[in-house]
Every structure is written in structure tokens, then in C-alpha cells.
Design a protein around this ligand. Structure first.
Ligand code: ATP
Ligand code: MG
Length: 380
């Protein structure tokens, strides 16, 4: 008899013909998540199983982060023998108080008792063994689950996992990662839909400090834990910002800067084989996030720009940042390049032609080339 982690997957069952591919990918991702703690994972009979770990809590922590999973349950793996199953049910319920329901599921039809018989018999055994428990089939405090598959599995309750789709099944995208609260959450949200994400960070040394860069790398490390790590392309952005500041109208400074970010991101995405860009923008949050301003930025993007937070309130974004563990790091008070040359009266309803005209003061090709050539790649 051993303990295993029984893993249920979510939306994957909807994927029709791609289902075998999704399941293979998902199982690989679970294997990858538990390999560092010496455990292995395999797919069998519409469940994934994990075994071989010394620390079940750590296995739960790791597996519940894998996208594409619905929930997990630490379970006892037993022989398909009623006496053994009943003994384990009694052991697990001995200390409980309140109400319970037995939920038996017989996938192996060769087992001599059907689900209903198992529910009745095991329920009777548990009641007899523990006077503090009553049956409630509608809203019990505890579900005592018994599954008869290649072995018998017994467990109480389930722990919710991250949901979404298996990482890697949604292609690749490049996240514009600042040190703020929003962009790490935006990356997480896209990873949750199966997208592999690397990041680009625009770094304006010495206007932004070495510590501000460390903070961004730490954010990439935290978000990367939900996948297989994250590569960060650190782009030297000081020259671009200084030139914009010097040569373009102040009220368009942020817009032109964002268009320059997009142009550089186009090139980095090509290098990274990414098929979309991701930003942490949310409609109306700041002047550069009005519909007109976003249109002005999108006009120079050569790939689809995903903005998963577009409809989110700040409080909702913060709640996710807290959940995924980025909030504390994002809240460290280091400046971002966006805040260094902020115009006093930014345009909120820019016209693309007017901005494009103002940009002619810059040698855009040379700025983009120098930035891309000076880019440093750091794997977190
Ligand atoms: P965040 O909290 O993510 O910093 P924000 O609300 O502060 O976002 P902005 O500073 O206007 O908004 O930036 C909007 C988006 O542009 C960010 O979410 C991020 O995707 C991108 N961005 C901003 N600054 C940088 C940077 N220095 N490097 C890379 N991307 C950036
Ligand atoms: Mg920011």
C-alpha cells in the first residue's frame, strides 16, 4: 500500500482530435514539475498519477501549479479487496466529526460490488466505527471517495489546481515585462491559457538602477516557476528615451516611447520565435491606455498584441498578483523607465498620423538596431 497523488485534468477533455497531444503534453508538464522531488507521473484511465515523493505537501504545491489541471487528491493505493478498502476508510474517518457521504466509482466492472453497493456497505462500516459521524447525501462535510480502477484508491476531499490549458499547447508569446504589478499578472494569465512566455524588459540605466533590473529578473523567476523558467531579453533603452525627450513634443513622449518598445519587441519576438506580444495594459488606467492610445501603439506592432488585463480593475489585478506570489516584489519602490520622462500633460486621444509625423525627428531604424544589438539574454 502506498500513497499517490491522484490528478484530475480540466478542459483538456474538450479538445477532440487533439486530445492525445494535449494529454501527452500535460503528463510531461506534471512529470517536469515533480522530477526535482524525485517523483514520477503517468497517465492511466483518464487520470494522471504521481508517486515516489517523500513530501506529499510539496508534491501538491508543485502539481496544483501545472496549467490544465482541475484538482488533486492525495490518495491511498490499495489492492482491489473490500476488506482492505473498508479498513482504510475507517482509518481515514476515525477522528472526523460531522456529516459524510461515500462516493464510490467503479471503473473496473470486474470488481464484484457496484458503486451503489460500495456506497451502502462502506457507509455502514464508517457509521458503526465512529459515533460522531452522520450521513448527509446532499451537503456533507466530507466526501469519502473510493475509485476502483487498476488499483483501488481511497481519499477524502480534493484540492483545486490552477485550471487553464497545458503550457506549450498555445504557442509562444513575448511579454513586455516592467517592474510593476500588472505585467507579471498578464504573463501568468496567458501562460494559464497554454502559452509559453519569455519576456523583454526595457532598461534605462542609469535612470533606472541595477536594483530595478534585479527586481524585474526576480519577477520573471517567480512567473517562470509556473512554466519551465523564463528567458528575459534586457534591452538597453536609454538612448531611445533620451532622443525622444530631446526631439519629440513632450505630450507625445510616452506614446512614442511605447511605439519604440513595440518596434524593438517585434525584432526580439522574431529572434525568440514568438507569435504574439503581451502587455499588462488595462483600459483607462493611465493616459497611454485609452482606446486611441492603444490603437496608436498597435499600429506599429507586427504581431497580435494580447492584453489579458484590459477589463480588469486594479484591485482584481492585485488579488491575482498576491495569489501568484509577485505582489510583494512588484511593490518594491524602484523606478521604471516609463516613470522617468513622464510628460506633464500626455495626449489621451492621439491621432496616429500626428504621432507618426512627430517621430520623423528620430532615426528609428538606427535606434531599434542599436537596442536589439545591445540586448542581453538572461535565463531565469
Ligand atoms: P505595470 O504595472 O505592469 O508596470 P503599468 O500600469 O505601470 O503596468 P505602464 O507603465 O504604462 O503601465 O506600462 C504598460 C505596459 O507596458 C506594462 O504592463 C508592460 O507590459 C509594458 N512596459 C512598461 N514598461 C516596461 C519596461 N520597462 N519594459 C518592458 N515592458 C514595459
Ligand atoms: Mg509600469
Amino acid at each position: 500500500m502506498r500513497q499517490v497523488l491522484l490528478v484530475r485534468y480540466g478542459e483538456v477533455h474538450l479538445k477532440g482530435q487533439n486530445r492525445p497531444y494535449f494529454l501527452r503534453r500535460l503528463t510531461e508538464n506534471v512529470k517536469h514539475a515533480v522530477a526535482p522531488i524525485g517523483a514520477d507521473a503517468w497517465l492511466s484511465d483518464s487520470r494522471i498519477y504521481v508517486s515516489g515523493m517523500a513530501d506529499m505537501d510539496e508534491a501538491v504545491r508543485r502539481v496544483t501549479r501545472v496549467f490544465g489541471l482541475h484538482s488533486v487528491s492525495p490518495a491511498w493505493e490499495l489492492d482491489k479487496d473490500y476488506t482492505e478498502i473498508s479498513a482504510k476508510c475507517l482509518e481515514l474517518t476515525r477522528e472526523l466529526k460531522g456529516t459524510f457521504k461515500v462516493m464510490a466509482r467503479r471503473s473496473d466492472k470486474r470488481f464484484p460490488m457496484n458503486s451503489q453497493q460500495l456506497n451502502m456497505e462502506l457507509g455502514g462500516d464508517i457509521l458503526e466505527n465512529n459515533p460522531n459521524l452522520r450521513v448527509d447525501v446532499h451537503n456533507p462535510d466530507y466526501y469519502v471517495s473510493v475509485e476502483i480502477r487498476d488499483h483501488a484508491y481511497v481519499y477524502i476531499g480534493e484540492i483545486m489546481a490552477a485550471g487553464g490549458l497545458p503550457l506549450g499547447t498555445g504557442g509562444r508569446a513575448l511579454l513586455l515585462l516592467s517592474g510593476g504589478i500588472d505585467s507579471p499578472v498578464a504573463g501568468y494569465q496567458m501562460m494559464r491559457r497554454g502559452v509559453s512566455v519569455n519576456a523583454v524588459h526595457f532598461f534605462s540605466f542609469p535612470y533606472t538602477s541595477e536594483r530595478a533590473k534585479e527586481k524585474v529578473l526576480e519577477l520573471a523567476r517567480i512567473v517562470g516557476e509556473y512554466g519551465a523558467g523564463m528567458k528575459v531579453y534586457v534591452v538597453p533603452f536609454t538612448d531611445t528615451q533620451l532622443q525622444i525627450h530631446e526631439k519629440c513634443p513632450d505630450e507625445m513622449g510616452t506614446l512614442i516611447m511605447r511605439r519604440c518598445m513595440m518596434r524593438i519587441a517585434n525584432e526580439i519576438a522574431r529572434r525568440d520565435n514568438a507569435k504574439a506580444l503581451i502587455t499588462g495594459e488595462s483600459l483607462g488606467q493611465v493616459a497611454s491606455q485609452t482606446i486611441e492610445a492603444l490603437a496608436c501603439t498597435d499600429a506599429v506592432a507586427e504581431l497580435p498584441v494580447f492584453r489579458p488585463l484590459i477589463s480588469f480593475d486594479k484591485q482584481e489585478i492585485i488579488a491575482i498578483a498576491e495569489k501568484i506570489g509577485t505582489y510583494e516584489t512588484s511593490s518594491l519602490p524602484y523606478e521604471d523607465c516609463c516613470t522617468v520622462f513622464t510628460p506633464r500633460h500626455p495626449l489621451t486621444r492621439p491621432r496616429i498620423e500626428v504621432v507618426a509625423e512627430a517621430e520623423k525627428a528620430l532615426d528609428l531604424d538606427a535606434l531599434v538596431r542599436a537596442a536589439v544589438d545591445g540586448t542581453e539574454e538572461i535565463l531565469m
